[in-house]
Design a protein around this ligand. Structure first.
Ligand code: UQ1
Length: 456
């Protein structure tokens, strides 16, 4: 998973560029550097676009191997958020200020940080242009821009989120996550509705995690009898991996959570407290549901700047890489990691962790003139927090087969997994992954299997 909320295409800059230089960009950058547009040209061996989870891990690994000033990271944000904490913030278990560090402190010292947005990729000329008018020339490119949240795609939603009294909230954005716990605290009765949109999203477990946490919150407060907890998902099932879906179905039944599948949020009418859903099995069939609290998972898309470069992406707008080597299918000097890649894994920080050694080894191989041979198996993991002291740890690969690390039944709700998620993972993230030392739990899994623990 990647924390970037990439900016929109910078039309303004492009317009300036076009009008002041009716000559080829290559000519203009080389010879007209005194023009009123800043046309600084920079060069690097590896350009990493995006300083989120995947980008930062890659920059750490690559700059440590290649040495100082060989790697540029292009990232406009000041803060780097540890987004897996957002569900816990929603439940009041952590604070927003515990979820981030300053970007300058997270990015590796040996890499050069250009604090600007990418505004255009030109893979045929090995350049990326930036919001500050720079052109960065690279030998190798790692695209780690994440995906973008599209709250504005649902009519009425942004207005509702920005009107605190409307009791509409969302853990997905640092802008809105703090409000989730406020909403919980002031909800005493009525329908509390959680949504899952009709598109691929990052951390696909999060929309239901916050539903389970909320259910537990209302029970602790003695309000559960007056509150209906409703989980409306656009998916046809509760979870894509059957092994965990079976456990989660039992959980929703036991906790009396109403599950509606194939149901997609299409409008929020916050002045009436009404959410409008479409039945995806009967297109056009709309349901109006009154809510006292609404938690929305927004639609998400590939960042515009990536999707706009048609040579780089699949028709979905995500970077067209080989799902095993993570190398671009057309440009052999381009790789992608994390949420911006078109690979069909579940988009999480754990997936980026497992991808990072593969991108690293394959990129180094290509630099050395060899073929990329390391393979990503689609590993992803989702600690499904089910309340204030329990968690199911789902781990699986491209084939949706469980690939579990620990010698225990991970489909069972456990305090140990909750403790790992809440207390250990942030430390592992900041101290190991951001320094380039965490490659996912594959090694740990092998150790447990060598010790030959039998799973019960
Ligand atoms: C993981 O590797 C990871 O990325 C850093 C997470 O995100 C924070 C996780 O939540 C999990 C569970 C993993 C997998 C790690 C183990 C020890 C199973």
């Amino acid at each position: 998973m990647n924390r970037r909320l990439p900016g929109t295409f910078n039309q303004c800059q492009r317009h300036l560029f076009a009008s002041s230089h009716p000559v080829s960009p290559a000519f203009s950058t080389r010879f007209l550097s005194t023009s009123r547009v800043n046309h600084e040209r920079q060069e690097c061996q590896v350009l990493v676009v995006g300083g989120g989870t995947g980008g930062c891990a890659m920059a750490a690994k690559l700059s440590s191997r290649l040495g100082s000033n060989k790697v540029i990271v292009l990232e406009p944000e000041d803060k780097h958020y540890y987004q897996p904490m957002f569900t816990l913030i929603g439940g009041g278990m952590k604070r927003l200020d515990q979820s981030y560090k300053q970007m300058a402190d997270v990015l590796p010292k040996k890499a050069k940080w250009v604090k600007e947005k990418a505004v255009e990729f030109d893979p045929d000329n090995n350049t990326v242009s930036t919001s500050g008018g720079k052109t960065i020339k690279y030998d190798f490119l790692v695209i780690a821009t994440g995906l973008q949240l599209k709250y504005e795609k649902i009519p009425g939603l942004v207005e509702a989120l920005e009107t605190p009294e409307s009791n509409v909230c969302s853990i997905y954005s640092p802008k809105y996550v703090d409000h989730v716990y406020d909403c919980l605290r002031r909800t005493y009765k009525g329908n509390v509705i959680f949504t899952f949109p009709h598109c691929p999203i990052k951390c696909a477990g999060a929309p239901q995690k916050i539903a389970y946490i909320s259910d537990h919150y209302f029970r602790k407060m003695g309000r559960r009898d007056d509150v209906n907890v409703i989980y409306n998902t656009s998916l046809p099932v509760i979870f894509g991996v059957k092994h965990y879906a079976d456990a989660l179905m039992k959980l929703v039944e036991k906790r009396n959570i109403k599950l509606n599948v194939n149901r997609n949020l299409v409008e929020v009418r916050s002045s009436e407290n009404i959410a409008v859903f479409e039945d995806l099995v009967k297109p056009g069939q709309l349901y109006e549901e009154k809510y006292s609290m609404l938690h929305v998972t927004p639609p998400m898309t590939a960042p515009d700047v990536v999707a706009n470069c048609k040579q780089l992406v699949t028709p979905t707008g995500f970077v067209d890489v080989d799902q095993m080597t993570l190398q671009h299918n057309k440009y052999t000097n381009v790789f992608s990691i994390g949420d911006s890649a078109c690979t069909p894994n579940s988009k999480t920080a754990a997936a980026a962790a497992a991808q990072s050694p593969v991108v690293f080894k394959n990129l180094i191989a290509v630099i050395e003139g060899k073929a990329p041979t390391d393979i990503y198996d689609g590993y992803s993991s989702c600690p499904i927090v089910t309340g204030y002291n329990s968690c199911i740890l789902a781990e699986f690969d491209y084939t949706l087969t469980p690939v579990e690390t620990f010698p225990i039944d991970q489909a069972k709700e456990r305090y140990s997994m909750f403790f790992m998620k809440k207390e250990l993972m942030p430390v592992l993230y900041w101290k190991l992954m951001m320094k380039g030392y965490w490659n996912g739990p594959a090694l740990m899994r092998k150790m447990f299997s060598i010790l030959n623990f039998n799973k019960k």
